[in-house]
Ligand binder design. Structure first.
Ligand code: PRX
Length: 634
C-alpha cells in the first residue's frame, strides 16, 4: 500500500506553505469557506479567516453521513477486565447530540467555559465533543490533580460548569473523584452546575440544585442536534500547562487551524489508513497528546482507536502486548518513559505475543534515548515498523518536527525534520541560525495553523514567554542541535521546566508548594537525571527555626514534605527526594545556585563555584544526599 506521504509533499509545502495548509484544511468539512488563509501580525495569527465549521461535526457527523456510522471509533478497555465497550461513530453521534442538548438545557451558551475532570472513559470524549458542538470551550483537567490544582484552573478559566465522575478505577481499586471536585468548589462561587457520570457507583455527597447525574440529564435528551458552525477562530479549548512561573498557564487553541493541523499531521505522520488501521495513542486524554491524537486528530480522520483506561504496571507486565495482539493494533504512539519501563521488564514479556500487526511506532513527550529507540524498533516493531519521534508542545497544538514513514531515513534519537509547512530552526544566543553540526535554541520562524492563540487572560505573558527571546520567532524553551546532515535532535528544556515521565512540571510550582508548608523556610527544586522517568524531582529544603533538628533530619519529615507536594499539586509532582539542609548554596547577591544543586543531584563534579558565598554548604548537602541514598538502599 502506498504511503500517505510521498517525498514531493516537502517540495509542495516549501513551494507554497499557505497553499499546502489550505489543501490540508480542505480535508475538513466547512460550512463556509475562508476568505484569507492567514492574517499574521506578529505574534498574533488568525487562520482561515472568514471560514466557519463545527469541530464535532467534523469528528463525528460527517463520517456517519458518509455511511461509516457502524465503524468503531473507540475500542474502550476499562481498568478492570470486565469493562469493555465498543463505541461506533453512530454511537458517538447519538451521545454527543444528547450531551450537547443536555448542556444547552443546563443553560450553557456558546462562549461559556466548561471544566472536565474525568478519567479515560468514553464519556470524557463525548463531553469534549458536546462542548465543541455548542461552542463552549472546554478545559480538561487531569484526574490525578489535586482539589487545589483543579480549583485554580476553574477560577483562572472562569468555568461555570464542571463535568466529572463519582470515582475512578486505578489498578483494580476505586478512588473517589467527586469529593475532590466538591473540595475544589468550596471556593468557586461561579460554578452553577456539576454533571456527574456514574463510574464506580460509590456513594457521593450531593449538593442539591447544583449537582446532576449525567445519566438522568443526558439519557433523556433527543439524539438529534442541529450543529451550528462557528468561526474558524472560535476558541475550542484551554489547556493548562506548567511554565517557569508558579502558576500554570492556560494555552488557548481555536477551531479551524487546530483541526487542520492535527488531522493533517495524524494522516501523514502515522500514515493512517482509516479502513484498516487500529490506532492506539496511550496518552491520557487530559494532556495535549490526548486532545490532539486521541480525540480531535483521529476522529477527524475517521480512525478506529483504542481507548485504554489503565497504565502499565508491574502486576500486569504483558497487558499491553495482549491488547495489541487481541485488537491487531497497527499504530502505537507512546512516551519514552513508558518504553523504558517496558524495556526494563524485558523482551521476554512480549515474546509470547504476536505483534506483527504493528506497522508504525510513535514516540512523544521527551527526548528518546537511542537505546530505548532501538529496543522499541527491534522488539516491539520487529525491526520492521519505523519509529517516528515526534517533537511538539501543548502550545504548538500538533506535531511540528518528525520523520515521515516511508520517506525519512531513521536515526535513533533524532526527531529529524520540520513537518511540511512548518519552519523550525536552531539559533545561537543572538538568534542567528547555527550551521550544521552545532547546537542552540529551537525556534519556529513562521506561524502554523495549530499554534496557540494566546495565554488565557495574560497577553503580556504570551508575548514575554514565547516572542521576546528572539526577534520575530517563537521560542520553544528547548535546546536542539543540527547534525551534519541538517537533521534535528532535541536536547530537552533550557528553562526551569522539568520533564518527568513526559509530564511537564515547573520547578517553581513545586517550590511554591513546599514553602506553603508551615515548617519550610526555603526550597529549591531541580530535575535530576533518571534512567526511567527521564528526569526526577529533587527538592532541597531549609526549615523554619521552630522545627527541632531531630524532626527536620528524620526520614518521616522528608516523607511528609513529599506527601505535602502530592496533596497540593497531585501525585505526579511528588519529589523523588527531599533533602533537608541548614542552608542553600547562594551567590553573594543571595541567588540560589540551582546549577550546583543539579550537579549534586546528578552526582557530578561541581561546576564553577567562584561566585558561591559559602563553599561548605555544598559539601554538607552532598553528605546529606549520600546518607539518604544509603538509607534508601539499606
Ligand atoms: O521539552 C519538549 C518535550 O516536551 C515539551 C512539551 O511538553 P508538553 O507541552 O507537555 O507536550 C508534551 C507532548 C507534546 C517540549 O518543550 N518534548 C516533547 N516531545 C519531544 C520532546 N522532547 C524531545 N523529543 C520529543 N519528541
Amino acid at each position: 500500500m502506498t504511503a500517505n506521504a510521498q517525498p514531493e509533499v516537502y517540495e509542495e509545502a516549501a513551494r507554497d506553505r499557505l497553499a499546502f495548509w489550505e489543501k490540508m484544511a480542505r480535508r475538513l468539512e466547512w460550512a463556509q469557506q475562508w476568505d484569507t488563509v492567514l492574517e499574521w501580525e506578529l505574534p498574533y495569527a488568525k487562520w482561515f479567516v472568514g471560514g466557519k465549521l463545527n469541530a464535532s461535526v467534523n469528528c463525528v457527523d460527517r463520517h456517519v453521513a458518509a455511511g461509516r456510522g457502524d465503524k468503531v471509533a473507540f475500542h474502550w478497555i476499562g481498568d478492570g477486565e470486565r469493562d469493555r465497550r465498543d463505541v461506533t461513530y453512530a454511537d458517538l453521534h447519538r451521545q454527543v447530540c444528547q450531551a450537547a442538548n443536555a448542556l444547552l438545557d443546563l443553560g450553557v451558551q456558546a462562549g461559556d467555559q466548561i471544566a472536565i475532570y474525568m478519567p479515560m472513559i468514553p464519556e470524557t470524549v463525548v463531553a469534549m465533543l458536546a462542548c465543541a458542538r455548542i461552542g463552549a470551550p472546554h478545559t480538561v483537567v487531569f484526574c490525578g490533580f489535586s482539589a487545589e490544582a483543579l480549583r485554580s484552573r476553574i477560577l483562572d478559566c472562569g468555568c461555570r460548569v464542571v463535568i466529572t465522575v463519582d470515582g475512578q478505577f486505578r489498578r483494580g481499586s476505586s478512588a473517589p473523584v467527586k469529593p475532590i471536585v466538591d473540595d475544589a468548589l468550596t471556593a468557586c462561587p461561579d460554578v452553577r452546575r456539576v454533571l456527574v457520570v456514574r463510574r464506580t457507583g460509590n456513594d457521593v455527597a450531593w449538593t442539591a440544585g447544583r449537582d446532576r447525574w449525567w445519566h438522568e440529564v443526558v439519557d433523556e435528551q433527543s439524539v438529534q442536534h442541529e450543529a451550528q458552525a462557528f468561526d474558524a477562530e472560535h476558541p475550542l479549548y484551554i489547556m493548562y500547562t506548567s511554565g517557569t512561573t508558579a502558576k500554570p498557564k492556560g494555552i488557548l487553541h481555536t477551531t479551524g487551524g487546530y483541526l487542520t493541523h492535527v488531522s493533517a499531521t495524524h494522516h501523514y505522520v502515522f500514515d493512517l489508513k482509516p479502513e484498516t488501521d487500529v490506532y492506539w495513542c496511550a496518552a491520557d486524554i487530559a494532556w495535549v497528546t490526548g486532545h490532539s491524537y486521541i480525540v480531535y486528530g483521529p476522529l477527524a480522520n475517521g480512525a478506529t482507536s483504542i481507548l485504554y483506561e489503565g497504565t502499565p504496571h508491574p502486576g500486569d507486565k504483558d497487558r499491553w502486548w495482549k491488547l495489541i495482539e487481541h485488537h491487531k493494533v497497527t499504530i502505537l504512539y507512546t512516551a519514552p518513559t513508558t518504553i523504558r519501563t517496558l524495556m526494563k521488564w524485558g523482551a521476554e514479556e512480549l515474546e509470547p505475543y504476536d505483534l506483527s500487526s504493528l506497522r508504525i511506532l510513535g514516540s512523544v513527550g521527551e527526548p528518546i534515548n537511542p537505546e530505548a529507540w532501538i529496543w522499541y524498533h527491534t522488539h516491539v516493531g520487529g525491526s520492521r515498523a519505523p519509529v517516528v519521534d515526534t517533537w511538539w508542545q501543548t502550545e504548538t497544538g500538533g506535531i511540528m518536527i518528525t520523520p515521515l514513514p516511508g520517506i525519512s531515513e531513521a536515526k535513533p534519537g533524532a526527531a529529524m525534520q520540520s513537518f511540511p509547512g512548518v519552519s523550525a530552526d536552531v539559533v545561537d544566543n543572538e538568534g542567528k541560525p547555527v550551521p550544521n553540526g552545532s547546537g542552540g535554541f529551537l525556534v519556529l520562524t513562521e506561524p502554523w495553523p495549530g499554534m496557540l492563540r494566546g495565554i488565557w487572560g495574560d497577553d503580556q505573558q504570551y508575548r514575554d514567554t514565547y516572542w521576546s527571546r528572539f526577534k520575530g520567532a517563537y521560542f520553544a524553551g528547548d535546546g536542539a542541535k543540527k547534525d551534519e546532515d541538517g537533521d534535528l535532535w532535541l536536547l530537552g528544556r533550557v528553562d526551569d521546566v522539568m520533564n518527568v515521565s513526559g509530564h511537564r512540571i515547573s520547578t517553581t510550582e513545586i517550590e511554591h508548594a513546599l514553602v506553603g508548608h508551615p515548617s519550610v523556610a526555603e526550597a529549591a527544586v531541580v530535575g535530576a537525571s533518571d534512567a526511567t522517568t527521564g528526569q526526577a524531582i529533587v527538592a532541597f529544603v531549609t526549615v523554619r527555626s521552630h522545627v527541632a533538628d531531630e524532626v527536620a533530619n528524620g526520614e518521616r519529615f522528608a516523607e511528609e514534605l513529599r506527601n505535602h507536594v502530592a496533596a497540593v499539586i497531585g501525585p505526579i509532582a511528588k519529589p523523588r527526594q527531599v533533602i533537608i539542609t541548614p542552608e542553600l548554596p547562594k551567590t553573594r547577591s543571595g541567588k540560589i545556585m540551582r546549577r550546583l544543586l543539579r550537579d549534586i543531584a546528578d552526582g557530578r563534579e561541581l561546576g564553577d563555584v567562584t561566585t558561591l558565598l559559602d563553599a561548605t554548604v555544598t559539601d554538607l548537602i552532598r553528605e546529606r544526599m549520600a546518607d539518604r541514598a544509603e538509607e534508601r538502599e539499606g
